[in-house]
Design a protein around this ligand. Structure first.
Ligand SMILES: Cc1ncc(COP(=O)(O)O)c(C=O)c1O
Length: 414
């Protein structure tokens, strides 16, 4: 290896306050546990000391196929050797292949590819605004939701309904009208009073906000209202999409279709990817020069998407998410559902939230100590979003590890 440049040498040697952290040259933007992960297999991950963890987190709903999947790994190895990136100056046949598959499974008509959830949502917001401008609305507005999370760019954090995410980043982007979830009358009231609305934008199941599902009748009502008003229905399926709930997309449980659907997380099984999938009303809103990204749709990410969807189908992972998710849910209800501090256990398939009556962030570290990876979101909600390959046995192991931790936690003085 070449010696580092002098400036880099000096920087590496310079003592600083950051040097007390285990990763002193990485900006301090995450509260991390002191665990360094080394490798994984299936639903299991090992740290650099050889300790094993059951992965109830799936990289935050990302590792659809778990770790080291025997079908995904050789396909990606082959792709890396062939072509990783080319640019969007040229055709990328794998983009068409993945877009066609996304259209087949969603019933929609076309896709734009990017690299992350927030980028997919940015594209959706741009589509909504341009859709409005094309109709002659100069200051288009978009209905968004309390407790929503859409990302951390300036526009997507403005659409997000969490003051903690927004704090320190004002002025926020204008053009959003906020309503509570599952309250159709609130949206109808906006429809009556605000002629500038062009779209309704929500997560089918809120993830970061605490695993809060939209009621299916509510989504059906929204679909009708959007049709009547000429609005776009934009469903953020970044976290709940790609088979996690037992259908390809969570809104399919309600038997409706959105006009615009941002995707990311699980679509690449860990390879960064984002997509916004559009129905006829949104399909031709953006034209050449309106939107783009350097990395978006590169052959490696597209291959990861194609293989993820193929393997999900071949291996029956949607059905697995539904059945193993139900077992996990039942196990949790049986073991901790009746505890006084457990307010609710909710979700769909392998997207489960356990709401406690008090902040429980401390459980993240305790679960890791006990060999389980989970997350805590919205302060009080334990979230379980494991790989879709989770077995019934592993689901039982999650319950067996988590239940005593929750019991002990709730029995502590507050
Ligand atoms: C529903 C939803 N939308 C958007 C995002 C942002 O995705 P990313 O972190 O890939 O930008 C997230 C991330 O948690 C999410 O859950």
């Amino acid at each position: 290896m070449n010696a580092p440049e002098p400036a880099l040498n000096a920087a590496l040697a310079a003592p600083s306050a950051a040097a007390t952290r285990p990763m002193p040259h990485v900006l301090n933007t995450y509260g991390r546990l002191p665990i360094a992960l080394s490798h994984g297999q299936g639903c299991w991950v090992w740290d650099t000391h050889g300790k094993r963890y059951l992965d109830g987190l799936g990289g935050i709903a990302v590792n659809t196929l778990g770790h080291g999947h025997p079908k995904l790994v050789p396909a990606l190895q082959e792709q890396v050797a062939k072509l990783i990136h080319t640019s969007n100056y040229y055709e990328v046949p794998l983009q068409e292949q993945l877009a066609a598959k996304l259209c087949e499974i969603s019933g929609l008509d076309g896709a734009f590819f990017c690299n992350s959830g927030l980028e997919a949502n940015e594209a959706a917001l741009k589509i909504a605004r341009k859709f409005g401008h094309d109709k002659g609305i100069d200051r288009p507005e978009i209905i968004v939701y309390e407790k929503a999370f859409h990302g951390r760019s300036i526009a997507t954090l403005s659409a997000t309904g969490n003051p903690k995410v927004q704090a320190g980043f004002g002025p926020l982007v204008e053009g959003f009208v906020r309503v509570p979830m599952n309250d159709l009358a609130a949206v109808e009231a906006v429809a009556k009073s605000n002629p500038n609305v062009v779209a309704v934008f929500l997560e089918t199941i809120q993830g970061e906000g605490g695993v809060n599902p939209s009621r299916w009748e509510y989504l059906q009502g929204l679909r009708k209202l959007c049709d009547a008003q000429g609005w776009l229905l934009m469903l953020d399926e970044v976290q709940c999409g790609i088979g996690r709930t037992g259908k390809w997309f969570a809104h399919q449980w309600a038997g409706i279709q959105p006009d615009v659907m941002p995707l990311a997380k699980g679509l690449g099984s860990g390879v960064p990817i984002g997509a916004v999938v559009c129905g006829p009303r949104a399909l031709n809103v953006l034209g050449p020069g309106n939107h783009g990204t350097t990395f978006g749709g590169n052959p490696l990410a597209m291959r990861a998407g194609v293989e993820t969807l193929r393997i999900c189908e071949e291996d029956g992972l949607l059905a697995n998410a539904a059945t193993v998710g139900a077992l996990l849910h039942q196990g949790l209800v049986r073991e901790i559902g009746a505890l006084p501090g457990v307010m609710d256990i909710r979700g769909a398939g392998l997207m489960i939230g356990i709401e406690l009556d008090r902040p429980c962030g401390v459980l993240l570290g305790r679960a890791a100590e006990a060999g389980l990876m989970i997350s805590v979101t919205a302060d009080k909600v334990i979230r379980i979003v494991p790989p879709l390959i989770l077995s019934a046995e592993e689901a039982a192991q999650i319950v067996a590890i988590l239940a005593p931790l929750v019991k002990a936690f709730l029995s502590e003085a507050t």
